[in-house]
Design a protein around this ligand. Sequence first.
Ligand code: CTP
Length: 397
Amino acid sequence: MQGKRILLIVGGGIAAYKSCELVRLIRKAGGEVTCVLTEGGSHFVTAMTLAALSENPVHTTLWDLKNEVEMGHIQLSRQADLVVVCPATANMLAKMAAGIADDLATTLILATDKPVLAVPAMNVRMWLNAATQANVATLRSRDITVVDPDDGAMACGEYGPGRLPEPPAVLEAIQHALRGPGLLTGRHVLVTAGPTHEPIDPVRYIANRSSGLQGFAIAEAAAQAGAKVTLVAGPVDLPTPYGVTRVNVESALQMEAAVEKALPADVAVMVAAVADWRAENAGDPARKIKKDGSGQPPALKLVENPDILAGLCASPRRPALVVGFAAETHDVIANAQAKRLRKGADWIVANDVSGDVMGGTRNAVQIVTASGIEAIGQAPKAVIAQALIERIARAFD
Ligand code: CTP
């Protein structure tokens, strides 16, 4: 965000103290901040604090004639690259939705020709109130980005959605908003990632070594390219990339259902290492299998899982572009080509897992298409993800 100018409107809520940390983070990332402090906000943080952190004058009133001569509120609203309202109270959202301009902050929001990002923070009941939800829907329909608040314990002692996201998450939202339209804006990208766990009983399962890193990196790159992204994730302990809708699943059958539910999509990138088999006799899901004293282990009968990728390719709701992955230890290209035809995918990303790729941060891939092979080569998983997303965008051109 080097050189980007943020107009930060600090509203009146206890979460206003987090906007001080946000100013610091924006500056650390190379951005410039000019703060506007509302009357309510000034009860929680001081103009002095924001001025010291931003190293810029803080604006508090519409009736500051000196500023009107030197700058004017219209100019203040337009010289920024992005207007950020943080925290945005229920009252502020209501005024924004109604187009009310009765103080400096709301006047700037109405007058600006720049993108606006609102980061709400309020009591859980106020957030869930139909009036607030309707205001949020109105603002979103006008292309104002309203970040979803966090869930958790609130300063008022209640629990639920309404907390201001932590400043690093707000910074991510700001960076996302500054990117503007991307290569995949308007597209829905569906990604599967991670392993699946196939239950044997309530405490045991069949698993594999997939870390989910490559699939998560692809979901993140797609979101950064402006796509709407649904990430169907097997059990992995990875943070959800900003702007990605995550659906957590455990087993292959759950993953298959989640993929079906996420349709329609323009693109599907199936990175998950789906277990090929599940235990047929998984037994009572609430009852652990015990040793029976005979010294004989129980027989574990396996049945094949559905092939989610092949099923999607054969579906009447098939996305326009379906990309599969093929994790191979040998005959990488020949196996990938056969897999492409067998499953009906447009492309197979052939993934050489003969080294320490599973769980590692680097990957080595080649894209097998109907017309040949394109090498992306050996690179960090984030770089592979970026290259694949650019290739996908070119396919839509
Ligand atoms: N895949 C899937 N459903 C399955 C198995 C695999 O959707 N039940 C998808 C994976 O997400 C990946 C592709 O199919 O995109 C290939 O996965 P891979 O494990 O390499 O293929 P398999 O069909 O399991 O082939 P193999 O017998 O060679 O392991």
